[in-house]
Structures are given as structure tokens and as C-alpha cells.
Design a protein around this ligand. Structure first.
Ligand code: HEC
Ligand code: HEC
Length: 307
């Protein structure tokens, strides 16, 4: 056995020898590496102090760094976290900024300005489409076509409550109750038949004898029926009552145009007289912001080609 070799000028050893000749070089870490290591330690400590880091019980150390973002127009500052960062990015992204600018313009503009400006109306269409989908389409259907008998069609130019922007806005804010009484107790079967034949005649349907139409006219415009009080003289409708125009062959409640023949049409009208109508458009004053109501009003107005 020879003595552990001590290469002259070579690497130092730690001086220990195991198993006779097993030695350990004493290679100090390179300086650059060591400083790099210290730097990462310092970085980690600073990071723990600045950002959410360590679990503590059922919470965690939140760090000193903060983030400020906007909620409903109010600035809010909280400890830094990725959710708030996302919210802030969504608010300050170019498209979000553009949307906010448009909403400010819409808020400041009159309906006339909105409806005659191509940029504003195309913004209204895309922005309202989402709100309409969330709040209205469940009843009025995507695109506003409605369901005959249940929910009115908003995409035609026939209005129960009026198609001016003022009336549409009022409809959205306060809701509407469409009500027509049942005539089950007030009119006899013959009288119902007469007035139904009259209603079909003013809508442009032929059939039914002239005498019956004459009797129906008198019921419609007289005390027995009193229909004119809501549907107006001649049945042209009255938006203050939400009572439809009966003369234009656009039907809200009954699907007259698809009925098989005149008898079937008469039966449909009589079913309305027997059952009456009661249906409710909910109020949205406390579910939508004023600007959302404004955008939706302009949207619904241009859907129906408004008045
Ligand atoms: C729960 C179902 C329901 C929802 C949701 C609903 N509506 Fe209605 N809406 C109705 C009914 C029912 C009527 C008809 C009321 C009547 O018979 O007079 C109506 C009527 C209307 C009218 C009047 C139409 C006319 O001819 O005058 C407008 C405008 C309207 N809704 C727009 C909207 C908008 C916009 C929304 C979404 C913010 C909405 N509705 C959400 C059920 C609904
Ligand atoms: C108190 C007011 C009122 C009176 C009175 C009234 N109606 Fe109506 N009528 C309405 C309203 C409101 C509607 C639509 C309800 C709705 O859309 O929710 C309606 C709907 C109808 C419809 C369905 C129209 C459609 O588009 O599908 C017919 C038909 C009709 N009325 C006929 C009559 C006749 C005939 C009389 C008289 C015997 C009469 N109404 C009396 C308020 C009235």
C-alpha cells in the first residue's frame, strides 16, 4: 500500500483518507455559482414577502404587493392575485376599452343619434345580442321571433304596447300585463260566433254571412262586448291597453293564418273570447342597468323596424 498520492500543484484534498487510499478533493464551489445561489435565496425571500406564498392554517400569507382594479365603476385594491389580474386585463384590454368608450357614447347620445349612426347601431346589435340572450331569449326566442300565444314577436312591426323608443323603454322598465277578460259569462254562444265572424271580417277574411257580421259589429262597438274600449273603434288597436290591432292579419295569441278553414278560424277567435288572456312581461328596472335598458331598447326598436 502506498501513501495517498499528493499530486504537486494539483487539487487539494480534504486530508482524510478512507479505506487506506480513498481521498476527497477539496473543490470549492465556483464563485459565480455561489453568488448565483445566494441571489436565488434572496429572490425567494423577497418573493414570499411580496406575493401570496405560504399556507397558514386554512389561509395563506398574502404578501405586501397590491393590485387595483375596477368593480362596477369603483376602484378596489386588494393583495396581488391572478384573478384580480385577469379582471384588470379584461378591463384594460383594447377591446374592453373600446367597448367602454362606445357605452359612454351611447349613454350620452339620444335614441335618434344612436339609430341613425351606423357605428353606434352596429355596436348596439352586437352588445345587445348578449344581454338579449341572457335576459329575453328564454321567452322571446333568439332573434325575437316569439311564440304565438305565449310571447310576442318583437321582430315584426306590430306592437301591443307601441313601438316608439319611449314605449319600448317603458315596457322594459316597468313590465306589462296583457289582459283581456273572459266572455264566458257575458256573451252567449251565438253572440260569440257573431263577434268572431266580425273580427275575422275586419282582418280581411271572407266567409260568414253579412247579418252575422252586422250583429258582431254591434256587439264589438256596443255595451255587450265593449271590445272597442280596448281594441279601439274598427279594431285598430290601442297601445295604452296593450290591445292588438285586429285588422292587420298579424296575430299575437291565436294562429289564424294557419287554420284549416273558416270554421277553424272562428273557433280560434271564440277560444280567446271564452278564455280571456292574461300574460305578463316582467319588469327589468332592477335587473338591468339604465345603459343596458337603453341598448336593448334601441336593439328591439331596430329589430321590429320600430315606429
Ligand atoms: C318570462 C318571459 C319574458 C321575458 C324573460 C321577457 N319578456 Fe318581454 N314579454 C313577455 C310577454 C308575455 C309579453 C307580452 C305582454 C302582453 O301580453 O302584453 C312581453 C312583451 C314584450 C314587449 C312588448 C311587445 C309589444 O308588442 O308591445 C317588449 C318590447 C318586450 N317584451 C321585450 C323584452 C325584452 C327586451 C326582454 C329582455 C330584457 C324581455 N322582453 C323579457 C314575456 C317575457
Ligand atoms: C280590457 C281590454 C279588452 C277588451 C274589453 C277586449 N280585449 Fe281583446 N284583447 C285585449 C288584449 C290586451 C289582447 C292581447 C293580450 C296579449 O297580447 O297578452 C287582446 C287580444 C284579443 C284577440 C287575439 C288577437 C291576436 O292577435 O291573437 C282577439 C281576437 C280579441 N282580443 C278580440 C276581442 C273581442 C272580440 C273583444 C270583445 C268581445 C275583446 N277582444 C275585448 C284586450 C281587450
Amino acid at each position: 500500500m502506498s501513501k495517498p498520492t499528493e499530486k504537486k500543484g494539483a487539487v487539494q484534498t480534504t486530508g482524510h483518507a478512507w479505506d487506506g487510499d480513498l481521498q476527497e478533493y477539496n473543490n470549492p464551489l465556483p464563485r459565480w455559482w455561489l453568488w448565483g445561489f445566494y441571489a436565488t435565496v434572496v429572490f425567494a425571500v423577497v418573493y414570499w414577502l411580496m406575493y401570496p406564498a405560504w399556507p397558514v392554517g386554512n389561509t395563506f400569507t398574502k404578501g405586501f404587493n397590491t393590485i387595483t382594479f375596477e368593480v362596477d365603476g369603483e376602484e378596489r385594491t386588494t393583495h396581488w392575485n391572478t384573478r384580480a389580474l385577469l379582471v384588470r386585463d379584461m378591463q384594460s384590454s383594447p377591446s374592453a376599452v373600446r367597448q367602454r368608450e362606445f357605452l359612454e357614447q351611447i349613454a350620452a347620445a339620444s335614441y335618434e343619434e344612436i339609430l341613425t349612426d351606423a357605428d353606434k347601431i352596429s355596436f348596439v346589435r352586437s352588445y345587445a345580442h348578449g344581454i338579449f340572450g341572457d335576459f329575453c331569449a328564454a321567452c322571446h326566442q333568439v332573434g325575437g321571433a316569439g311564440i304565438v300565444g305565449l310571447y310576442p314577436n318583437l321582430a315584426n312591426d306590430d306592437w301591443l304596447w307601441g313601438g316608439t323608443v319611449e314605449r319600448i323603454e317603458e315596457t322594459l322598465i316597468q313590465g306589462r300585463l296583457g289582459y283581456m277578460p273572459s266572455y264566458r259569462e257575458t256573451l252567449s254562444a251565438d253572440q260569440m260566433n257573431d263577434v268572431a265572424v266580425y273580427v275575422l271580417s275586419i282582418a280581411g277574411y271572407e266567409g260568414g254571412d253579412a247579418d252575422a257580421i252586422g250583429r258582431g259589429d254591434r256587439i264589438f262597438h256596443g255595451a255587450e262586448g265593449g271590445c272597442f274600449q280596448c281594441h279601439n273603434v274598427g279594431g285598430v288597436g290601442r297601445t295604452s291597453q296593450g290591445a292588438p290591432n285586429l285588422t292587420n292579419n298579424i296575430w299575437q295569441i291565436i294562429d289564424v293564418p294557419n287554420a284549416a278553414d273558416h270554421d277553424a278560424r272562428v273557433e280560434l277567435v271564440k277560444s280567446v273570447l271564452r278564455n280571456g288572456i292574461q300574460r305578463q312581461m316582467p319588469a327589468f328596472a332592477d335587473r338591468l342597468s339604465p345603459i343596458e335598458i337603453k341598448v336593448l331598447t334601441a336593439y328591439v326598436h331596430q329589430l321590429g323596424g320600430g315606429q
